[in-house]
Design a protein around this ligand. Structure first.
Ligand SMILES: Nc1nc2c(ncn2[C@@H]2O[C@H](COP(=O)(O)OP(=O)(O)OP(=O)(O)O)[C@@H](O)[C@H]2O)c(=O)[nH]1
Ligand SMILES: [Zn+2]
Length: 357
């Protein structure tokens, strides 16, 4: 028996109609899903009448999602519901017009990897931080490749000044240096996702954490709808102590992020200063009593940090509109579906009354 709380599920499942089982998605490959549930790991597909022909707006599951399945002991189970997410990362769907695509869900911590050599870039870090806060996960900055950069103290300080209130941990996956400092996050039932640009050492860290564990490399062979054989790698990985890691290709393709609410947490210092401006509608240009100007003059606030804030805020305003736009599209689709359903029902009733059904 698998205790689903060990998979990170802490909520109560209400409203389960029928004999559905709770499970967690461990891999997605096109329309095929792997779900771990009380009966072990199962193949599953979406129940078409709910996801494809039901009311618009049913949320498609992704790696890390908790779902309800209509269990089938002898074949593919049917996924009937995607439960509410506590955190997620999404990217713009590569299929034009389809809005966003969620690539990972229900993680507790986001390890933001940045290497201490070539990849070191504080502007990018701010962006990753904002996206992480926005995702609902807790960011942890992991500075990699310590073995290649002997004098990193100054770099760590710069990161600490940028990532206010966030833990910063220096590691080397090659030598194992510092890995033990990640243990407080890598706890049973907790799920971690790694974020960072190509080459920073995400795979190396995942492999170092998995150690001798071969779960990652044991692919799952299966047949797709056209009869082709494919190998799906598990994308939710289990560490020996019961912690979980999400390692999915989608995370490498994150591009346009909605960072509206994540901004405030990334720039707590600036938001704090703004509160202290004399006028509540201060534009931080030449107003008297502007705490931002004061901090810029006395050196408490670096001009580069202020510029980053302004730049990201501009982008956030754009993506806020984008989010609103997609929300409206979704609502519209939903009300259309309802309308069509009502019309159909009315028509059927009509025909029934006329006796020509
Ligand atoms: N010296 C040293 N090299 C490392 C370390 N971690 C990773 N590398 C090397 O950096 C290169 C990239 O590492 P990966 O783990 O593949 O990086 P990644 O982030 O998974 O890259 P993508 O798959 O492109 O996203 C490889 O050549 C690794 O051997 C480290 O701690 N020290
Ligand atoms: Zn001001």
């Amino acid at each position: 028996m698998i205790d689903l709380r060990r998979l990170g599920y802490n909520e109560q499942v209400v409203d389960i109609e029928g004999d559905y089982l709770l499970g967690r998605i461990v891999a997605v490959h096109r329309e095929l899903y792997k779900v771990i549930c009380n009966s072990g790991e199962r193949d599953a597909v979406l129940k078409a009448s709910i996801y494809h022909h039901g009311e618009a707006g049913e949320i498609f599951p992704t790696v890390g999602d908790f779902v309800l399945i209509d269990y089938n002991a002898s074949g593919s189970s049917r996924i009937v519901k995607t439960l509410e997410r506590k955190s997620y990362f999404s990217r713009k769907d590569p299929d034009v017009g389809r809005g966003e695509q969620v690539v990972a869900a229900n993680f507790d911590y986001v390890f933001i990897l940045m290497s201490l050599n070539h990849d070191f870039n504080l502007k990018r870090l701010e962006r990753y931080l904002a996206a992480s806060w926005q995702s609902g996960g807790i960011p942890v900055v992991v500075l990699t490749k310590a073995d290649l950069t002997p004098n990193y103290e100054d770099l760590v300080k710069q990161v600490a000044d940028t990532a206010i209130g966030v833990e910063v941990i220096v590691i080397s996956s090659k030598t194992g240096f510092g890995l033990e400092n990640l243990n407080k996050f890598i706890q049973p039932g907790k799920t971690i996702v790694c974020l960072g640009s190509s080459g920073v050492g995400k795979s190396s860290l995942v492999n170092a954490l998995l150690g001798a564990d071969c779960m990652k490399t044991s692919g799952i062979r299966e047949e797709d709808s056209k009869g082709h054989h494919t190998t799906t790698h598990r994308q939710l990985l289990f560490l020996e102590n019961g912690a979980m890691l999400i390692d999915t290709p989608g995370m490498r393709e994150l591009g346009m992020w909605d960072i509206t609410t994540g901004l405030g947490e990334t720039f707590v210092d600036i938001e704090g200063l703004i509160q202290q401006c004399k006028f509540s509608d201060c534009t931080h240009h030449n107003e008297p009593g502007c705490a931002i100007n004061e901090a810029l003059i006395n050196g408490d606030l670096l001009p580069t940090r202020w510029q980053s804030y302004l730049k990201l805020q501009k982008e956030a305003a754009y993506s806020a509109n984008k989010a609103l736009y997609f929300q409206r599209v979704k609502e519209k689709a939903k009300s259309n579906a309802k309308f069509i359903k009502q019309k159909k029902q009315a028509r059927n009733k009509d025909q029934y009354n006329k006796g020509d059904f």
